[in-house]
Write a protein that binds this ligand. Structure first.
Ligand SMILES: Cc1cc2nc3c(=O)[nH]c(=O)nc-3n(C[C@H](O)[C@H](O)[C@H](O)COP(=O)(O)OP(=O)(O)OC[C@H]3O[C@@H](n4cnc5c(N)ncnc54)[C@H](O)[C@@H]3O)c2cc1C
Length: 442
């Protein structure tokens, strides 16, 4: 092949996976071009609000200490919503620094600045339209104005990855494999947030709440709606969002904006955002196909990483850590190919081996049935068990002069009265199946 290369590696997309990939290559003194369609960092990207620090530290090394954040997220609540309120479980550790609340503009800006310091050549405001292929190898990219050539191209272009589709590497996603999420950034003054969420003035603590259940307000009529609601505290904003899979939205003919409006009115959520001003509204897709929908990850001259490869664990709201670490592994694999001057699929498949050794494929494998099982028990998770949990705690907390034994007995038998026995068994089976998969995972 007689090609004049502009760089050793081209990375498409400057989200967490792309910057991480570019950085790991540049740190070894290789020439990297990082191309991003957005005119300013992070403007095309969206998340709930927490970037996980273990992964950030692993990718950025000593530079990690320089990251500016708005709050440290170290309080987690799982809440099951019902019509009147919720049942919540919270874990809190003010000494933990396990996740940072950083807005995407700030996160991407900081990551890109560090990458540039190590020599990454960053090209913003440039859409990669297609890949250039020669003799069955990807050898570069075509933007609207230019062509750039490199022996290895890393696709970190996010959930829609048109470039992976161009190479026919993507498994076909069905609507059930994709979540549509919308989020509002709600501005409140800093003091109000600190009072409402019991936070310190120095921003060393912050809250993430994940809400389950849809049995409230006008959503009550949808008995099979699986939705996840999230809330994150920032310095002077609260991020509130909701995600529903595309199949559920279309089956129920629902508009996700209306779901978020309904969530905002919930009696447990409204007081947290009351008098706030919505200063930003965003929407994004999340790949949720998991292990079964992982695309072919390498081909001659090309590697796929991050959301483009579907590396997300939706059950735990983990995406940035998968993106950062998979990007790093993609970069390391490109370096091995460069050292061997061999860019074949065979050489680049070291990436698959690295992923298998990491938590990424291990977690995706052990959760391979979980999302499917959750969806198959939507009514149980969204409506029935939130109701039963509420009833249980009403017995625990009600001093109503009826013997507790009687109440707990009635409660126990109510499962068999108001639930068909086969439904109960299906719930138990689904729960066990998920637990066993995770326990005996890789
Ligand atoms: C609502 C929501 C909440 C979430 N909450 C969390 C959370 O709290 N914590 C967490 O860890 N994860 C969360 N995630 C997941 C996390 O945001 C993603 O997993 C992560 O951003 C993926 O990073 P990435 O670099 O692979 O892709 P992205 O961040 O999507 O970046 C892809 C980049 O590629 C660029 N691009 C795309 N196509 C082209 C092209 N043709 N040419 C040039 N550039 C291109 C895009 O502009 C973009 O900058 C959430 C996601 C959503 C949607």
């Amino acid at each position: 092949m007689d090609i004049k290369y502009n760089a050793d590696v081209i990375v498409v997309g400057a989200g967490p996976s792309g910057v991480s990939a570019a950085l790991s290559v540049a740190k070894e003194g290789k020439k990297v071009i990082l191309v991003e369609r957005a005119s300013y960092p992070g403007s095309k990207n969206m998340y709930g609000g927490a970037v996980y620090t273990t992964a950030l530290r692993e990718v950025f090394g000593d530079d990690f200490e320089k990251f500016k954040y708005e709050r440290i997220i170290n309080s987690h609540t799982w809440a099951f919503l019902n019509d009147e309120g919720s049942f919540e479980i919270t874990t809190k550790n003010d000494n933990s620094k396990f996740a940072y609340a950083i807005k995407r503009f700030s996160l991407e800006s900081q990551m890109i600045e560090i990458a540039k310091k190590y020599g990454v050549y960053y090209i913003p405001n440039t859409l990669v339209k297609s890949l250039i292929q020669k003799n069955n190898y990807v050898v570069g990219i075509k933007t609207e104005q230019e062509e750039y050539f490199a022996p290895v191209t890393i696709l970190a272009d996010g959930v829609n990855s048109i470039l992976a589709k161009e190479l026919n590497l993507r498994n076909n996603y069905q609507p059930k494999d994709i979540i549509l999420s919308v989020k509002e950034a709600i501005k409140l003054d800093k003091k109000t947030i600190e009072e409402r969420f019991n936070l310190k003035e120095d921003c060393t603590n912050g809250v993430n709440k994940q809400y389950f259940g849809s049995d409230f307000g006008s959503l009550k009529e949808f008995k099979n709606l699986f939705m996840m609601t999230f809330l994150f505290t920032f310095k002077d904003t609260v991020m509130l969002g909701v995600g529903v899979n595309l199949a559920d939205l279309s089956k129920n003919q629902l508009n996700i904006n209306e779901i978020l409006d309904e969530v905002k009115k919930h009696p447990d959520i409204y007081p947290l955002i009351k008098d706030g001003e919505t200063i930003e509204y965003s929407a994004h897709l999340i790949p949720e196909g998991g292990y079964k929908k992982i695309p072919k990850l390498v081909s001659n001259g090309v590697i796929i990483t991050g959301d483009a490869a579907g590396f997300v664990n939706g059950v735990h709201f983990e995406g940035t850590n998968f993106a950062l670490i998979s990007g790093k592994l993609a970069g390391e694999s490109a370096l091995i190919a460069l050292d061997n001057s061999n860019y074949s699929q065979n050489t680049l498949s070291i990436y698959n081996k690295k992923l298998e050794k990491s938590f990424i494929l291990k977690d995706l494998y052990s959760y391979r049935n979980v999302i499917e099982k959750l969806y198959s028990r939507t009514n149980s998770i969204s409506v029935y068990y939130p109701k039963k949990i509420k009833e249980f705690f009403e017995i625990v907390t009600s001093a109503n002069c009826i013997s507790k034994s009687k109440q707990f007995r009635e409660y126990f038998f109510s499962f068999f009265k108001d639930r068909k026995i086969d439904e109960l068994f299906k719930d138990i089976f689904a729960g066990f199946r998920c637990a066993l998969d995770i326990f005996f995972g890789k």
